[in-house]
Write a protein that binds this ligand. Structure first.
Ligand SMILES: [Zn+2]
Length: 79
């Protein structure tokens, strides 16, 4: 049973990597000179909404990844 479970995790990992690779390729195709913004999140590969890209110059993370990165940056400091 344990081996089977690992197999499923492995497949999920491969699919995730393929998705990310595809997203990064789309990002590369989108690059125009130095003034770059990202179509897809660099962390999870999810598409970044155009409103978010318009609001944040050179935005490279989706809301979720941005939020979790900011949380980590604060070392989970409590208010
Ligand atoms: Zn993300």
């Amino acid at each position: 049973m344990e081996g089977q479970r690992l197999d499923i995790v492995d497949k999920a990992q491969v699919i995730r990597e393929q998705e990310l690779e595809r997203a990064l390729n789309e990002n590369r195709a989108h690059f125009v000179g130095e003034d770059v913004d990202f179509l897809h999140c660099l962390e999870c590969g999810v598409e970044i909404p155009s409103e978010r890209r318009a609001a944040i110059h050179r935005c490279k993370l989706c809301v979720d990844c941005q939020t979790s990165q900011e949380a980590q940056a604060k070392h989970y400091r409590k208010p």
